[in-house]
Design a protein around this ligand. Structure first.
Ligand code: PMP
Length: 408
């Protein structure tokens, strides 16, 4: 591919040319959802205008075309995360759905009274609540790896938490609130030394670091398409084949069966065993197109650019006197969370929005983490490869302007 150029990629995302409140859009809310390139929009339009049909059902041409595109997307996903085979790729609705699937299915088979599940203090609610439900159901207990003041996992405490009662560990690859990149390889090695499987919440990881599920040796990896330039409503649960073979189905219905009678139903082979009902067809094709688009870019150059952008953003934001950074992990990418003076994050966010700058404010679905820092929420700027240094300058100027207005 051609060397990475931010001007070139910006032209691929139509929304980046738009204006918000009279100013060119500056989109720093990529942690919540990313924008979509033409390649994704066109792939979905092509499906609806050219071969809209249900999958795995009909002998007719359109259905076969739809099935081929749906399964080709699965192949693209498998290659993107370096799964051993596309049989290890289960389509879900998103990260939340993937965690719920594992919590319900793994929980039912492998978690019993007195067992323990480990998560961390920086988890998104979607990697907390499904485990709470599971623990309540199975009479197990949820254990939490603490986080230090920089927003990093306390690994020494984690090591001391490992024992024979622990049946599963589920942590974020990258924190959506702090941007911390967790030492997942080390976590997985420590866990596997005791035969404990590990699930990673890859909602943010998938967009910001190369993901190689085999190199990580991770057991389960969940992510959402919409955070990696694809549509909403679709996501992926990667699981090692042995788990997909062993786990009971999550939901019953069409497509997940081989034969059904009132006496006995034979389930389909994985991954279809976990895909009951008509799936999100256009969306899966859209996700495939998003990953294909990324693969067409100079990914090394892209990651280097993103790292540079993160560094510049941090440096420039820290030059603002009143700014207090929340979380300062040595390994970080994506989200930058901060507070400005004593001002409420919402007030800062609204004043930025008036200048066309989109940031997220609030607790970012990580209320326990906010409690730990003793704050109600933060302003979060989350960057990606189509952002520019000029946009960072606008953010810094925008915050300074907001401070002047709020201090009045
Ligand atoms: N985990 C993390 C770390 C996230 O950032 C998000 C989305 N904010 C989720 C889980 C949930 O993803 P979704 O809402 O797409 O299921």
């Amino acid at each position: 591919p051609k060397p990475f150029s931010v001007e070139d990629v910006r032209a691929d995302f139509p929304i980046l040319q738009s204006y918000v409140n009279g100013a060119p859009l500056v989109y720093f809310d990529n942690g919540a959802t990313t924008q979509k390139p033409w390649a994704v929009l066109r792939a979905m339009e092509d499906y609806y205008t050219g071969y809209n049909s249900n999958v795995h059902r009909g002998v007719h041409t359109l259905s076969q075309q739809a099935t081929a595109a749906y399964e080709e997307a699965r192949e693209i996903i498998a290659q993107f995360i370096n799964a051993k085979s596309s049989h290890e790729v289960v389509y879900t609705k998103g990260t939340t759905d993937g965690v719920n699937l594992v919590a319900a299915s793994f929980g039912k088979k492998y978690i019993g009274e007195g067992d323990e599940i480990i998560i961390s203090a920086m988890e998104h609610h979607s990697n907390i609540v499904p485990w709470q439900i599971c623990c309540e159901d199975r009479k197990a207990s949820l254990k939490v790896i603490p986080v230090n003041e920089n927003g990093e996992l306390k690994m020494d405490v984690f090591k001391s938490m490992l024992n024979d009662k622990v049946k599963l560990i589920s942590v974020a690859h990258i924190s959506n609130t702090l941007g911390t990149i967790n030492p997942v390889k080390e976590i997985i090695e420590l866990a596997h030394a005791r035969n404990i499987p590990v699930m990673l919440d890859g909602a943010q990881g998938i967009a910001h670091v190369p993901v190689d599920v085999q190199a990580m040796d991770v057991d389960f990896y969940a992510f959402s398409s919409h955070k990696i330039y694809g549509p909403t409503g679709i996501g992926v649960l990667y699981a090692k084949e042995k788990w997909l073979e062993a786990l009971p189905p999550y939901q019953g219905g069409g497509d997940m069966i081989k034969t059904v009678s009132f006496e006995k139903t034979v389930y389909n082979d994985p991954p279809l065993k976990f895909e009951a009902g008509t799936p999100a067809i256009a969306e899966s094709i859209g996700l495939g197109a998003a990953l294909k688009y990324l693969k067409s870019l100079d990914l090394e150059g892209l990651h280097a650019y993103e790292a540079h952008l993160n560094k510049v953003a941090l440096e420039k934001l820290l030059e603002i006197d009143e700014l207090r950074l929340i979380g300062n992990a040595a390994q970080r990418n994506g989200a930058i969370s901060f507070l400005v003076g004593k001002h409420h994050p919402t007030d800062v966010g609204e004043l930025l929005d008036q200048q066309g700058i989109a940031v997220r404010t609030g607790h970012h679905c990580t209320q326990p983490l906010m409690d730990l820092f003793g704050i109600p929420g933060t302003v979060r700027a989350s960057l990606t490869f189509y952002n520019t240094e000029e946009e960072i300058n606008k953010l810094v100027a925008g915050i300074k302007k907001a401070v002047i207005m709020l201090n009045k």
